[in-house]
Design a protein around this ligand. Structure first.
Ligand SMILES: [Zn+2]
Ligand SMILES: [Zn+2]
Length: 268
């Protein structure tokens, strides 16, 4: 399963590069015109380590290695290649404290719920791996003061739970840049057609894996209140400006219709 943008990267800003690996986005933060230092946000699908390294070398030069990896959360499509990458990279990985059980082999995520949507990706979600991974040797909790180690001053992490207990987003106040992870996405991720064509459409967190809808709603409200100018989400094409503010407002005002499934294992 791949989308039209798979293997393609786009510089959303000079220091924000969004790369699509099949159905999920990774982000490189750092301006290659100014520095050789950068941080990788999320690590794509399983078996993508080679492509991810190629993409990084193309942008930052031969043997370029990130200073750190920051994980928005630990779902398989965001940590898929992390173990392979860490074999070569002796670098720290940061995630929210509440996500650590899924990253240290202690807990598994609840299985995907195929009944939340008629879309084919939702139907396929029972086949998606839900087991936690174990990268205990390298993963560390994010500092409680909101700063992000190895990232430039100005970046803060924000706890945006609901999709998972320790889900985080990243925000830079100066230019209101948001890395939203799966707190909300810009493609209807449950629909195979829309994933493949990358039809731009704001949506709540991917339904099949979201377990706490009230909290997910609060997280969307929290992010909308930041009034982001640019948003890079875990799935879908980055959104900015008026399209972003209009769509986010719409999502907040119509969350129950647009985002939350009418029924499902994790609804109510
Ligand atoms: Zn997810
Ligand atoms: Zn995802």
């Amino acid at each position: 399963m791949s989308s039209i943008g798979s293997g393609i990267g786009v510089a959303v800003l000079p220091d924000i590069y969004c790369y699509t690996d099949q159905i999920v986005n990774l982000v490189l933060i750092g301006n290659p015109g100014e520095t050789t230092e950068f941080v990788l946000i999320d690590t794509g699908m399983p078996k993508s380590a080679g492509q991810i390294k190629d993409m990084i070398q193309e942008r930052f030069g031969e043997n370029a290695t990130p200073k750190a990896i920051v994980l928005t959360h630990g779902h398989f499509d965001h940590v898929g290649s992390i173990a392979d990458l860490l074999e070569d990279w002796k670098i720290p990985v940061y995630a929210h404290e509440k996500e650590l059980p899924y990253l240290t082999g202690k807990e598994n995520y609840p299985p995907g719920d195929p009944n939340v949507d008629s879309g084919l990706v939702a139907k396929m979600s029972t086949m998606f791996p839900n087991h936690g991974i174990d990268i205990s040797a390298q993963v560390q909790p994010l500092p409680s003061d909101g700063t992000v180690p190895c990232m430039q001053e100005g970046w803060k992490w924000i706890h945006t739970p609901g999709h998972t207990p320790g889900h985080i987003s990243l925000f830079r106040e100066q230019d209101r840049t948001l890395i939203a992870g799966d707190a909300f996405v810009t493609v209807k991720q449950e629909s195979l057609y829309k994933v493949i064509t990358q039809t731009q459409e704001i949506s709540g967190p991917p339904r099949y894996f979201t377990t706490d809808w009230d909290t997910a709603y609060q997280s969307v409200q929290k992010l909308a209140a930041l009034k982001p100018q640019v948003a890079v989400t875990g799935h879908g094409i980055p959104m900015n400006g008026e399209a972003l503010s209009k769509n986010l407002k719409y999502l907040v005002e119509h969350f129950n219709e647009v985002a939350k499934p009418a029924s499902g294992k994790y609804v109510n």
